[in-house]
Design a protein around this ligand. Structure first.
Ligand SMILES: NC(=O)c1ccc[n+]([C@@H]2O[C@H](COP(=O)([O-])OP(=O)(O)OC[C@H]3O[C@@H](n4cnc5c(N)ncnc54)[C@H](OP(=O)(O)O)[C@@H]3O)[C@@H](O)[C@H]2O)c1
Length: 293
């Protein structure tokens, strides 16, 4: 399978390793030989086929995985504009929503398969010593959108041959799943970033009182788009408990002075609410506070 991975961070390294036999091209700003640390602390070294964003990559590409964070999306879009062909099947893994608006065009609907993953990977590079590292916290499931594209079959077959837990679902099912994940991210990420607390501690904070209006406001916005998502408050609370020791990606971004993904999580909900004429004061307040961070 001719595969490229856009991004060189945690998820890119995990998927670069899983598909190593296909010699994936990894595209980004920088990456060297990296260390992958498994949950049982076994360590393996990997030498990526790395290229910079601006380097020529004529392909042709059958599959492209997009594993950047949102601030890197304009570069991923430009790369796809230059190097994706009609036969390229593209899977973005970014948290939050807006993948379709960001990537169609240059892609068509049938080329784009937004995915969500419960894999958990964390990078801990030592830039002083030029050591690239990723630790795997969990091997979960990848849920992808069924589009019927010819190279969807190629990726399905390869994932099956590698025994990966990659599952394809119809568009409507995936929209419900993506909104449920969006709502969870819109509660756990900003509340942890604002409080500095890991997921499990959030439920004990006075700030957690915002979880109920955050969920109900977002459910109304989903409803206005014809997506029925209910009972998210309990689901989000259970998720915070089951990932109790995790620091959310937004908290990590804030701690490492990186731009957060708030605009594609809370910002997306606020923009959709505005278009539908729905009031989402709690999300608006959260958006404002995280922007100030
Ligand atoms: N890690 C997980 O377990 C996990 C699980 C589920 C979903 N996700 C989602 O998957 C996406 C990727 O996450 P990740 O954990 O792999 O992130 P990451 O380790 O921080 O890597 C992000 C990648 O995006 C690039 N990037 C970020 N900002 C950029 C910019 N302004 N210009 C160019 N490149 C930029 C980074 O380049 P540099 O390295 O050069 O900065 C890096 O290649 C995110 O949307 C995340 O929310 C991650």
């Amino acid at each position: 399978m001719k595969i490229a991975i856009l991004g060189t961070g945690s998820l890119a390294r995990l998927y670069g390793t899983l598909f190593e036999a296909d010699h994936p091209l990894m595209v980004g700003r920088q990456l060297g030989r990296y260390q992958l640390i498994e949950r049982d602390n076994t360590v393996s070294w990997h030498v990526p086929r790395f290229q910079r964003w601006e380097d020529p990559a004529p392909g042709p590409w059958q599959v492209v995985l997009v594993a950047v964070k949102w601030p890197g999306m304009p570069l991923a879009r430009q790369w796809l504009e230059r190097w994706a062909q009609a036969g390229t099947y593209v899977v973005p893994f970014l948290n939050g929503m807006g993948q379709e608006q960001a990537l169609i065009p240059p892609l068509t609907k049938s080329q784009l398969s937004p995915a969500i993953t419960t894999d958990a990977a964390f990078r801990s590079d030592d830039s002083d010593h030029d050591i690239w590292r990723v630790s795997i916290k969990d091997h979960g499931t990848v849920h992808l959108t069924e589009t019927g594209h010819a190279n969807e079959i190629t990726l399905k077959q390869q994932a099956a041959s590698l025994n990966l837990a990659w599952q394809w679902h119809p568009v409507d099912y995936m929209l419900r799943l993506r909104w449920t994940k969006l709502i969870a991210n819109s509660v756990i990420n900003p509340l942890s970033a604002l409080s500095g607390q890991p997921n499990g501690a959030l439920l004990q904070l006075p700030l957690w009182r915002l979880a109920e209006p955050l969920c109900s406001e977002a459910e109304s916005v989903a409803q206005s788009l014809g997506i029925s998502v209910t009972g998210t408050l309990k689901w989000v609370a259970d998720l915070a408990i089951s990932t109790a020791t995790n620091r959310s990606s937004m908290l990590q971004d804030v701690l490492s002075h990186q731009p957060s993904e708030i605009e594609s999580i809370t910002g997306y909900i606020v923009r959709q609410a505005h278009e539908a004429g729905i009031a989402v004061p709690t999300h608006q307040a959260i958006l404002h506070l995280v922007r100030l961070l």
